[in-house]
Design a protein around this ligand. Sequence first.
Ligand code: GLN
Length: 199
Amino acid sequence: MSRVAAVRVGVLALQGASAAHVNACARLGVEAREVRAPRELDGLTHLVLPGGESTTLHHLLTLFELWEPLRERHRAGELALFGTCAGAILLSRGCGGKPPTLGLLEAEVERNAYGRQVDSFTRVLELADEPGPSAGLTGVFIRAPRFVRVDPALHVLARLDGEPVALETPGLLATTFHPELTAETHFHRRFLALRAAAV
Ligand code: GLN
């Protein structure tokens, strides 16, 4: 518990599913604060980039002048980042141009890879360390992206039909699904155990 207690967590709250992430952290005994301005990053060790619409989030990050502070704090090893769905898109190397991304996660993405909103689905995930569907760990995929061209150095935490859907590397965690929408705390616990790493 002491490792969790040492973290100071923020959730980007420009658009999208921020409250559910605050609640997921609360279930682990961690109070997360909502972040909208660069100065609100001060003192944080961890920041969640929630799902939403990555093109809208891209515009809001520009409007609130958050691109460089996020990149710099992450690269300096001060801020671990967790991107879910649209947040994972923003962390990635991109998806062929639009929207521009932070380029911190060595993977590309294909947006809306499973179809439209009506094609959203819930599926049991395969945990990479435990082959086969894992009891109790469910992924909620809402107009989800797919990771493509994943750097083999990244640690795959979970797969769906053999494809990576959760990736981890020092200071970064990214899921194409919404772990904050289930009662499971597996991925948030992993995130809070991550340490920021200079890159
Ligand atoms: N389809 C959205 C996008 O491309 C992501 C959806 C989500 O975050 N649930 O930005």
